[in-house]
Design a binder for this molecule. Structure first.
Ligand SMILES: Cc1ncc(COP(=O)(O)O)c(C=O)c1O
Length: 438
């Protein structure tokens, strides 16, 4: 029997952390009101609550126009359509992100071009973008990942110089700011997700914000079955789909948005405290803060586990032990998309990968992004945001558990219980063994 819970010791934490999502009477009343109104869906578009919420959400981030849509993946598809992406166009994306950032590019028969991430932020490395540009590049799609922003100054400079559109994937960045500009309102279009794990949620849902009326109009038509937009100044006509959000979800999101600033404050104070308590632990490293990120919106607290310091004991063992100490955590949260089992791309299904080429592009073998691969398979540790919504004592427990596992890492040598095995599984495999997955 060792000191660690995984080897039979007493866990640091036995009580659960703050449950997520959080709801109060506000959500309940909002839902009941919609129920009684019998106006539940997204039609007639943009309907009432969905429209009111979308406008408020856009203004909150400093954009002129907003749309409430079915989910974050669709938000990206809508944004790509809004900027007028054409089959065969290339879109720059970070290699290290959720597959939902990339799938919509293929869906529109365009081509994702993977670029590695910056080791200081785990976001798209703006220094590598220029090398990846070709005559077919049409857009850059940075992701403000976990707790940092991509370098939007440099990305906007490149985009302006090369006349490229910029779509910000802000699925992790509700309320975040870069140089005092809101997430999603720096580039041309911003996309958000309101899926269960996100900083505000209606179970599912998404948002698209922009300050360009033309993009807003095209987005409306695309998400509303091709119907004319409300203003219809540009008179674009295109084949569209039903990607509307329901009034039931909009009622929940209204309450969630009102609560976001207060939650962000608590979360940030606890995360700062956590970092203070674990900084200096040998073998751990941290993402670098950037003073241009004027408001942090941390979706998860991400830090680095350096396996070479821990005599090669893999991250999965550290995570399994941390989980057994009572702290929810993840490592293989994302993979470089080109290597992910959730990205079984086959050129036969996506004709743009073959056009004008002697051999189709093989997105699975074309890329090697070392920083993304190290983050994904060795180094990154992800702690969910809601565990930082509790008390100082909760945060003290998280920090205590991290330090305890590091100090007793030797106990993990050669161990392979299910708690560790599950931490080495990809997100494609895990739903078979885990009941609840964000
Ligand atoms: C970075 C990123 N982009 C896009 C998405 C897609 O959002 P959704 O799950 O709402 O479709 C997610 C969320 O899961 C995400 O984390």
């Amino acid at each position: 029997m060792g000191k660690l819970a995984i080897t039979g010791g007493k866990p640091v934490r036995q009580k659960p952390f703050t449950a997520w999502p959080i709801y109060t009477q506000k959500e309940k009343q909002g839902l009941l009101k919609v129920l009684a109104s019998r106006n539940w869906g997204g039609y007639p578009f943009p309907n009432k609550l969905a429209d009111a919420f979308a406008q408020k959400f856009a203004r909150f981030h400093g954009a002129k126009y907003g749309l409430a849509v079915a989910n974050g993946t669709i938000a990206i598809e809508i944004a790509l359509k809004a900027i007028g992406i054409q089959p065969g166009d290339e879109v720059i994306v970070p290699a290290y992100t959720w597959e939902g950032t990339v799938g919509p590019i293929l869906l529109l028969n365009a081509i994702p071009v993977f670029v590695d991430i910056d080791p200081d932020t785990y976001c798209l490395d703006a220094k590598l973008i220029e090398k990846a540009l070709t005559s077919k590049t049409r857009a850059i799609l940075p992701v403000h990942l976990a707790m940092r922003f991509a370098d939007m100054d440099e990305i906007m400079r490149i985009a302006r110089e090369r006349r490229l559109a910029v779509i910000e994937d802000c699925a992790h960045a509700h309320g975040g700011k870069w140089c005092n500009k809101g997430a999603g309102a720096i580039g041309d279009v911003g996309c958000f997700s309101f899926q269960s794990s996100k900083l505000m949620t209606a179970g599912e849902g998404g948002g698209v914000i922009t300050s360009k009326l033309e993009y807003h109009e095209r987005a409306q038509s695309f998400m509303n079955c091709g119907r004319a937009s409300v203003t219809d100044k540009f008179r674009h006509r295109l084949i569209g789909f039903n990607y509307r959000l329901t009034e039931l979800q909009a009622a929940i999101l209204e309450a969630q948005l009102a609560r976001l600033p207060q939650q962000a404050k608590v979360r940030q104070a606890n995360m700062d405290y956590f970092e203070k308590r674990v900084r200096g632990t040998p073998g751990l490293d941290f993402l670098k803060p950037d003073p241009r990120q004027t408001r942090v919106a941390a979706y998860q607290f991400v830090f680095k586990y350096l396996p070479e310091h821990f005599q090669g004991i893999p991250r999965a063992a550290f995570l399994g032990a941390l989980q057994m100490e009572g702290v929810p955590c993840d490592g293989l949260f994302y993979e470089p998309v080109y290597r992910s089992a959730l990205f079984p791309v086959d050129a036969k299904e996506w004709p743009a990968l073959s056009w004008g080429r002697p051999e189709p592009l093989n997105l699975k073998t074309l890329y090697h992004c070392p920083v993304s691969e190290r983050a994904a398979y060795e180094e990154a540790v992800w702690l969910p945001h809601h565990i930082f919504l509790g008390s100082r004592k909760d945060t003290e427990d998280i920090a205590g558990a991290v330090r305890k596992v590091c100090e007793n890492i030797g106990e993990l040598r050669g161990l392979k219980p299910p708690a560790i095995e599950v931490k080495a599984m990809s997100r494609a495999e895990r739903p078979r063994v885990e009941k609840r997955q964000w």
